[in-house]
Design a protein around this ligand. Sequence first.
Ligand SMILES: [Zn+2]
Length: 204
Amino acid sequence: MKKWECTVCGYIHEGETPPDECPLCGASSDKFVLLVDNEEPEVKEEAPVVPTEVVVERPGFFARLKDTLHLHPISVHTPSGLLPVAVVFLAIALLLGLDSFAKAAYYNLVFVFVVMPAVLGSGYVDWKARYQKAKTPLFITKITCGLIVLVSVVILAVWPIFEPGVAGGDSPFRHLYFMIALLATAATLLAGHLGGKLVFAGRK
Ligand SMILES: [Zn+2]
């Protein structure tokens, strides 16, 4: 059985030919490279291969630092951890009329707002370095999710500055505010889910 690896996301496909489309990231079949072919017997009698000189370019200090720090998978824990908390707090504020929970939600949202540049910046760097800026459905979805979260969080963090109490009390916009937080949370979880699929591609 032949094994094919998706050069975009690392997905391993077994079969005579590569799939038309990567089931994980959606890359086309020409992005697949042949890995192993167990059916071909090993040929030992061929002329010895003369090793050619291979110049291995050593990555620069910042490139290595970036690789070892894993800034994207670390920074994404802030929105994916705090946004669901903010949604729960906002729901409590809505249902029970407890404005202190709306305030607690707001502090969480401000924290997410502060971290978003790192999330999007590190995501962009990884997309460029690891995935050659592949514009497959998976990456387009992740980028769209990132932008939805950014816009939502900017609205959620800035709106109360101009209209204090917008998320609670008897504000006419409190349900809208809640829905925006819910949207940001859904987009974060979807982006995280796809990121997890990418990271664990090919692993069992
Ligand atoms: Zn793929």
